[in-house]
Each structure stands twice: as C-alpha cells, then as structure tokens.
Design a protein around this ligand. Structure first.
Ligand code: NCD
Ligand code: ZN
Length: 335
C-alpha cells in the first residue's frame, strides 16, 4: 500500500473559535498537526496581551495535547512600539482584516493610510513580527482579491523588511505577485486547490463550500495548484478551516467558512499523489512554513496511506467538507 510520512505538519491559517466550538475542533487539529497559526477574529477580537495568553491557555486545555503548539496572533490595529515590544514573544504574527470583508472583521482596517500605519509596521519589521493579511476589498465579489493587489504592492514596497503573508490566495494575480516582492509570501487552502465557483454555486447551492475569499475560476485554481505542487518556497499550507454550526451554514444568510481540519492532510495526499508530487508535500505542509516564520515545530510524525476514509456527516455541530463521502487516503498513525 502506498504510504507517506509527514514530519511536523503545520496549518498556518486556522480558526479555532472559543467555548464549546473550540472544545470540538481543537483536538481535531492537534491530533494530526504539530502546530497552527490561530486566527484572532473572536468576538471581541484578540487585541491585548491578556487576551492572547488567556486564549492560548484555553486552546491548550481544549487540545489536551503536549505535542501541539498554537502559534498566536493579534488582530491588527495600530499598536505602539512599546506594546509590540512587550508582546513580541507571545505572538508570531498580526492578522490584518480590512473592515467588514469577512466573518468578525468589523473592527478591521477601514482605510489603508500608510502614514497612520507606519509606527506599527516599522516596529513589526524591527521585531520580526509577520503581517498576515486577508487580502480583499469590498468590491465585486469575484474581483475583491485582484483589487487588493495594489495594497499588497504598497505594503511590500514601503516596508521591505516586513514579512507579509497573503492569506488563502485564490487567484492567478496573487500567485504572480509572489515573485515580484521578496517580502511577500502566501498560504493556500486545500479547498481552493480542489474547487471553483462552479462547485459552490454552479448547480444546487453548496453552503459548506461557501467561504471568503470565494473560490474563483478554473484558470485561478490551476495557478494555485502549480505553486502548491512544486512547493514554491514562498508558499505554505494554511487550511483556513473555519467552523460554523450547521444551522448557521444551512440557513438563509449562510456564514462564510469551510471546515476542513479533520480531512486536510488526507485531501492533500490525494491531490499531490494524483499529480505524482507526493515528494513535495513535506515542504508545502511544514518545511516552508518553518523557514518563513523561523519556527521549530513540535516533533510529530503523521503516516498516511492510500486506504479509504469515510468522512463523518458531522463533528459536534459542524459539517465538514466532503461530509458522508469517501476519501482515497487516511491517517494511519501519529507518532
Ligand atoms: C473565516 C471565518 O469564518 O472566521 N471565514 C472564511 O470564509 N474563511 C474568516 C476568514 O478567514 O475570512
Ligand atoms: Zn481565515
């Protein structure tokens, strides 16, 4: 049987929520990943040292694992240098949301005025704190990411020592941007490697595939696949697994977010195997992220094999992508 062993897999973009939802989803990630970059878009957002440490403790408690590291983030606001110096050892990135573009982003940045952001972004450059960005405008839904490219250019050129991660990229434009600026990097989700807008809304509406940024055209998906499969050194895996309870997805006014945490590695094996690129998966799910973020992940080896896995209909209150379907790969062992 075909098998692959991944060493220290990392999910560099993850929503864990809080309370009961956190209890449900955190163990699903800590089982098969060594660590994850935890998004700060709680209600209210994570903006203080106390909030970061309290949330980290609740995550560790919910996982019950001693071989999983939640890499913490702050919700972007203009912060003082003194505050950033004080918090730099507790976080590895600050997540910037343009105001109102996705779930719980209301307190995000309303206008990209470089001068007002300068103190924060320069301090982040000096202290080695990564800027992680949800790159969408509030324009026409299919064009939002493309329209945001000029903001990435402005940030990358004005702050050349700041590491900027374009989160969950979905377009060919974003892929092309990667090689234009040394300090731009990207995460890619597993669902954006698999689906286009057609899968979401081309037939019966599929609410569990609805997320921000929305899946785009076949040509965009091809561009993402190319850089993921070759494990382009500036690209990392970030699931953007974003759980919402079933009633909030299967409703009038479906929340954005695809829940993939428990099936992400199995799906990645399937995709990389189908293209004869399994050898590049290690770099895509771990090595690139460790190098880009300068982190040394908790030791864990995850062995997967080409044996069928039946995806549960629901985990707690959350319906996963591929619910009730059979995947080609399963997790065999975690050491
Ligand atoms: C995320 C969420 O639900 O928090 N939703 C999503 O569609 N990806 C927020 C985000 O990352 O945009
Ligand atoms: Zn996200």
């Amino acid at each position: 049987m075909k098998t692959v062993t991944l060493t220290m897999p990392l999910d560099m973009h993850l929503h864990l929520r809080d309370g009961e939802m956190l209890e449900t989803v955190a163990p699903l990630t800590s089982y098969s990943f060594s660590g994850a970059l935890v998004m700060p878009n709680l209600v209210p957002p994570v903006t203080t040292k106390e909030m970061v440490s309290g949330y980290k403790e609740r995550i560790l408690h919910a996982t019950g694992a001693d071989d999983f590291e939640p890499y913490m983030t702050l919700f972007y606001q203009n912060y003082s240098r003194a505050f950033l110096e004080e918090i730099k050892d507790d976080i590895i990135a600050i997540k910037l949301y343009p105001s109102g573009v996705t779930t719980n982003s209301e307190g995000g940045v309303a206008s990209f005025d470089i001068e007002s952001m300068r103190e924060t972004l320069e301090a982040m450059s000096d202290l080695g704190i990564v800027l992680s960005v949800h790159g969408e405008t509030n324009g026409f839904v299919m064009d939002r990411e493309a329209e945001f490219m000029s903001v990435y250019e402005m940030l990358a050129s004005n702050f050349p020592r700041l590491k900027i991660v374009m989160e969950h990229i979905t377009t060919r434009d974003a892929v092309e941007m990667l090689d234009k600026y040394d300090n731009l990097y990207a995460t890619i989700t597993v669902h954006h490697l698999m689906i286009t807008l057609d899968d979401v809304a081309g037939g019966l509406l599929r609410p569990h595939l609805f997320c921000k940024p929305i899946a785009k055209r076949p040509n965009d998906r091809e561009a993402l696949l190319k850089v993921a499969l070759e494990a382009h050194p500036k690209v990392m895996f970030g699931s953007d697994s974003a759980p919402h309870p079933k009633h909030a997805k299967e409703s009038c006014g479906c929340g954005a977010g695809v829940f993939t945490a428990p099936i992400a590695l199995q799906l990645l094996c399937e995709i990389f195997d189908a293209h004869g690129k399994l050898d590049n998966l290690q770099a895509f799910v771990s090595d690139n992220a460790q190098r880009i973020y300068g982190i040394c992940a908790e030791y864990k080896e995850v062995t997967l094999s080409k044996r069928e896995f039946h995806v549960p209909d629901i985990y707690g209150s959350v319906v996963p992508m591929k619910a009730g379907e059979t995947l080609k790969w399963s997790i065999e062992r975690v050491d």
